[in-house]
Design a protein around this ligand. Structure first.
Ligand code: ATP
Ligand code: MG
Length: 591
C-alpha cells in the first residue's frame, strides 16, 4: 500500500475511461427502460432509456454512512451526472435481521445533504431490494428447473469442509444430483416454512473444482424465520447477498455496477448468474457489468461499521453523530461541509489499487472550502484579563470603536465592529513573566499590537495570594490605532488577538482532535481501542467577539489564529452558545 499526500489527482479516472469508451461504442444503444425496475418483458414494453448510463448507490440500511460511503456516493452520483445518466438510490435490504427504518431515514438525509438527488428526468429512482423478492424467488425456481441449482442438506460444517481451499478443489455434496422435481418440491417447502433455519439451503450448481472458490456452488437462498422491516412475515427464505445484488442491478437496468475491490472474485458469479437468467428470457440484455475500485482507507480513521458500532455502544464517543466520528452525521456536526467532502472525493479519485489516504488530505479540502466562506471573528479560548492602565490619557471615551473585514479577501462580506475598552480578554499563553527565546508577545517591557486595535506595552501583572497570574497590565502606546495615520510608526514583532470583556459573548467550546493516535488503528491484529486518543475532546469556556451574536446552529466561522469552528447543530442556541472546533489552521500562529 502507498500513502498519498495532498497529491492533486486528475478528476478523470479509469471508470470515466470505461464509460466514455462504452458510450463511444454505442454499447447501450437500443436499451429500453420500462419506467421502473423489472424483468425482460416489462422493459421490452418501454421506450429507449433516456438515461445514457445507470449507476447505483446500494447501502445496506444497517448503520450510519461514513466517509468511505461518501466516496461511493460521489462516484456513482457524480458519474451519472457527468454522463447524462441516472444514479439509483437503492437500499440493499435483503437481510431481515440487521436492518432498521431509522438507518433508512438517516441515509436518505445524508445523501441529500451531500448534494445528490435520486430524482432525474422527473423520475424518482429510489428502490428497495426487498421489492424484488418475488422476482428473486422466480429466478431461483428457473435455475432449479434449468438444472442450475439444487437444495443441499449438508450441515454448515460439512459444507465448509467440502468447499476445499485455495490449493484444493471442493467435493460435491451428496445432494448435488437430486432430480429437478425433488429440488423444486424441497425449495417450495423451504418457502412454505416446512423446514428449520439452517436445515437446508439452495445452491447454484456450477463447478466444485473451480479455482475460484466463489464458483464452487455458492449458496443462493437460505431459510431464516425472521420478520423483515418491509416485507414483514411474507418470507421465511431470503436470498444471499451475492445472488441478490446482480439481480437487483439487472432489474434496474444498471449499466455500470461499481463496487469495492473485495468483490472482484465475485464477478465471475455475477456474470454467470445474469447470463443464465438472460438466456432463460428473465432478464433484459445488455446486462450490467461490475467494476471494482479501491475502497477509501483514511489514516487515523476507522470505517468498519462493526467497530464504529462498538465505539458508540461502549460509550467511547457520544453517539453516532459525535463530532469525532467518521460517520457523515458526525463529520457534519464537526463542521465539515458537503463541498469539502465532494472536493476530497474528487481529489482522491478512483483507483484500482488499495492505498491509504493521509488524513491531512481530508483536512486540506476542508480548509480550502472554509477559508473561502467562513466569516472571521476573534475568540479567546483560554482567557486572561488584560488591563490598560493609562487608558484615560490616550482616549476621551471609555470605548474606542474598532473594525475589521468579515473576510480578508471578500470586501463584499462587509465589516465587523467591536470596541476596544480598558479591560480585555487575551489568551493566557500571550503573557510570560520571563520570555523564552523568540517570544514576541507580552512580557514586562515589551510592545505588542492588539490586532485591529493599538500597540500596547506590557508593564507587569497582578497575582492572587497563591501566586497565580490574575491579570496582565499594559499601557496604550498613543497614536498607534490601526487604520489611523502613522499607526505603523511604532514597529512591533508580535500581534495578539483579544475580545473586549464588556461585550464578549461567553461560549462553551469543544476542542476536538483526532480520535486515534495511530495512523492505522486497526491494522493487523491490533486492538483499535488501545490507540484511542485520551485528549480527543476538551471543553473550555471561551469569550467570543460580539459580531458572532447571530450565529445559528450549523454556521461556520474562522476564529482568528485558532481554526474553524461551527455552532453545534444539537446544543447551540441563542441563549447558550456551543461551538465545535472543526479543524485548526494549517499555519502556526506567528510568535
Ligand atoms: P458492511 O461493513 O456492513 O459490509 P459496507 O461498508 O460494505 O458495510 P454498505 O452499506 O454495503 O456498507 O456499502 C454501500 C456502498 O458503499 C457499497 O457499494 C460499498 O462498496 C461502498 N463502500 C463502503 N465502504 C466504502 C469505502 N471505505 N470506500 C469506498 N466505498 C465504500
Ligand atoms: Mg457491504
Amino acid at each position: 500500500m502507498t500513502e498519498a499526500k495532498d497529491k492533486p489527482v486528475a478528476s478523470t479516472n479509469f471508470l470515466r475511461n470505461i464509460i466514455e469508451a462504452d458510450l463511444a461504442a454505442d454499447k447501450f444503444a437500443g436499451r429500453c427502460w420500462g419506467g421502473q425496475p423489472g424483468d425482460a418483458a416489462s422493459h421490452a414494453t418501454g421506450n429507449i432509456d433516456p438515461a445514457k448510463i445507470r449507476t447505483r448507490f446500494p447501502p445496506e440500511p444497517n448503520g450510519y454512512l461514513h466517509i468511505g460511503h461518501a466516496k461511493s456516493i460521489c462516484l456513482n452520483f457524480g458519474l451519472a451526472r457527468d454522463y447524462n445518466g441516472a444514479c439509483h438510490m437503492r437500499f440493499d435490504d435483503t437481510n431481515p435481521e440487521k436492518e432498521e427504518q431509522e438507518y433508512v431515514d438517516a441515509i436518505l438525509d445524508t445523501v441529500h445533504w451531500l448534494g445528490f438527488d435520486w430524482r432525474t428526468n422527473d423520475e424518482e429512482y429510489l428502490f428497495h431490494a426487498s421489492d424484488y423478492f418475488d422476482f428473486m424467488y422466480r429466478a431461483a425456481e428457473y435455475l432449479i428447473t434449468s438444472g442450475n441449482a439444487y437444495v443441499d442438506q449438508q450441515t454448515a460444517e460439512e459444507m465448509r469442509l467440502n468447499r476445499g481451499s485455495l490449493t484444493e478443489g471442493g467435493k460435491p455434496s451428496p445432494w448435488r444430483e437430486r432430480s429437478v422435481d425433488e429440488n423444486l418440491a424441497l425449495f417450495r417447502e423451504m418457502r412454505d416454512g416446512k423446514h428449520a433455519d439452517g436445515s437446508m439451503i439452495l445452491r447454484a450448481k456450477i463447478d466444485m473444482a473451480s479455482p475460484n472458490i466463489n464458483l464452487r456452488d455458492p449458496a443462493i437462498y437460505r431459510i431464516k424465520h425472521a420478520e423483515h422491516h418491509r416485507s414483514g412475515n411474507k418470507w421465511c427464505i431470503y436470498p444471499m447477498y451475492t445472488y441478490a445484488h446482480p439481480i437487483e442491478d439487472a432489474l434496474e437496468r444498471i449499466t455500470h455496477s461499481i463496487c469495492t475491490l473485495e468483490f472482484e472474485d465475485q464477478r465471475p458469479f455475477y456474470d454467470w448468474l445474469l447470463t443464465h437468467l438472460a438466456a432463460g428470457g428473465l432478464l433484459a440484455a445488455p446486462l450490467p457489468h461490475q467494476y471494482e475500485f479501491a475502497r477509501l482507507n483514511l489514516t487515523y480513521v476507522i470505517t468498519s461499521k462493526r467497530k464504529l458500532k462498538q465505539l458508540v455502544e461502549e460509550s467511547h464517543v457520544d453517539g453516532w453523530d459525535d463530532p469525532r466520528m467518521p460517520t457523515l452525521v458526525g463529520l457534519r456536526r464537526r463542521g465539515f461541509t458537503p463541498e469539502a467532502l465532494r472536493l476530497f472525493c474528487e481529489r482522491t479519485g478512483a483507483s484500482k489499487h488499495d492505498s491509504w489516504i493521509d488524513y491531512s488530505t481530508l483536512e486540506g479540502a476542508l480548509r480550502e472550502d472554509l477559508d473561502e466562506k467562513a466569516p472571521r471573528v476573534m475568540a479567546v479560548l483560554d482567557p486572561l484579563k488584560l488591563k490598560l492602565t493609562n487608558w484615560d490619557h490616550c482616549f476621551t471615551s471609555r470605548t474606542e470603536p474598532c473594525h475589521a473585514p468579515v473576510h480578508p479577501h471578500h470586501p463584499e462580506m462587509g465589516q465587523r465592529r467591536f470596541d476596544l475598552t480598558p479591560e480585555l480578554w487575551i489568551e493566557r499563553e500571550d503573557f510570560l513573566e520571563e520570555p523564552t527565546k523568540g517570544y514576541h508577545r507580552l512580557y514586562p517591557g515589551n510592545m505588542t499590537r492588539l490586532k485591529y486595535g493599538c500597540v500596547i506595552q506590557c508593564i507587569g501583572c497582578e497575582k492572587d495570594a497563591d501566586g497565580n497570574i490574575t491579570a496582565v497590565l499594559a499601557e496604550v502606546v498613543p497614536n498607534t490605532k490601526s487604520g489611523t495615520p502613522g499607526a505603523d510608526s511604532v514597529k512591533v514583532k508580535g500581534v495578539i488577538t483579544w475580545v473586549c470583556s464588556r461585550e464578549a459573548l461567553k461560549a462553551e467550546v469543544r476542542l476536538y482532535d483526532r480520535l486515534f493516535t495511530e495512523a492505522h488503528p486497526d491494522a493487523g491484529a491490533r486492538d483499535f481501542l488501545e490507540s484511542l486518543n485520551p485528549h480527543s475532546k476538551r471543553v473550555v469556556t471561551a469569550y467570543l467577539e460580539p459580531s458572532i451574536v447571530s450565529a445559528h446552529a450549523g454556521d461556520s466561522y474562522q476564529f482568528e489564529r485558532h481554526g474553524y469552528f461551527v455552532a453545534d447543530r444539537k446544543d447551540h442556541t441563542q441563549q447558550n452558545f456551543v461551538f465545535n472546533r472543526t479543524t485548526t489552521l494549517r499555519d502556526t500562529w506567528s510568535k
